[in-house]
Design a protein. Structure first.
Length: 197
């Protein structure tokens, strides 16, 4: 019985881990545990006759950690949400094309409206400029009201042109957005990309 207890105790001790560390005075120590005051220092783990380098706590803290960038995480979540919306909203590429066409119709209606307004404002400005030219030829003073009308007419043209330019940019953005959505939809559905035309 004593032999069994002794052999069990011996095998437990044989399984124990042994560490080697150096204190602040440069003295080397060995033990089954590293004292807390030396836990931050480099140590060597002696394991079954082999020496294994123990990770230094200071080195671990200096390693690049894989902390997620909040902006990248937000972008990832937004992309996942967009992917889910594509899959749940559209059952085919044709539906994406129909949605694009509906959005483009609204933008194109605004573009046509601004073109009509621009044409009308241009004709109004031309009429006011002709009146101004007639007064100059007659060597008459140009009334303040005509000058104000000319300024207002030019301002209207500038505003309509800016609105037209914005609507044309919006039209291109709608086309690009739906083209990207369609390409992503094909990718999510496992379809090959559409060949460039």
């Amino acid at each position: 019985m004593a032999t069994v207890v002794l052999s069990a105790a011996f095998s437990l001790n044989a399984e124990a881990k042994l560490y080697k560390w150096v204190d602040s005075n440069g003295t080397t120590h060995y033990g089954e545990t590293i004292p807390p005051e030396y836990a931050n220092r480099e140590a060597v783990k002696l394991d079954k006759g082999r020496i294994q380098q123990r990770d230094d706590v200071r080195a671990k803290s200096g390693q690049k950690q894989t902390v997620r960038d909040p902006a990248a995480e937000k972008d990832r979540i937004e992309a996942e949400r967009h992917d889910n919306a594509l899959i749940n909203t559209y059952s085919s590429e044709k539906e994406i094309d129909l949605a694009r066409d509906r959005n483009l119709q609204q933008v194109e209606a605004r573009i046509n409206s601004y073109r009509t307004l621009l044409k009308s404002a241009g004709e109004n400005l031309a009429s006011l400029q002709q009146e101004q030219e007639r007064l100059i030829q007659q060597k008459r003073k140009i009334p303040k009201s005509l000058e104000e009308d000319l300024d207002e007419a030019q301002q209207r043209i500038d505003n309509f042109q800016a609105d037209l330019d914005n609507s044309q940019r919006e039209q291109e953005m709608v086309k690009a957005r739906y083209a990207a959505d369609k390409a992503r939809y094909r990718e999510l559905k496992g379809l090959p990309p559409v060949a460039a035309q």
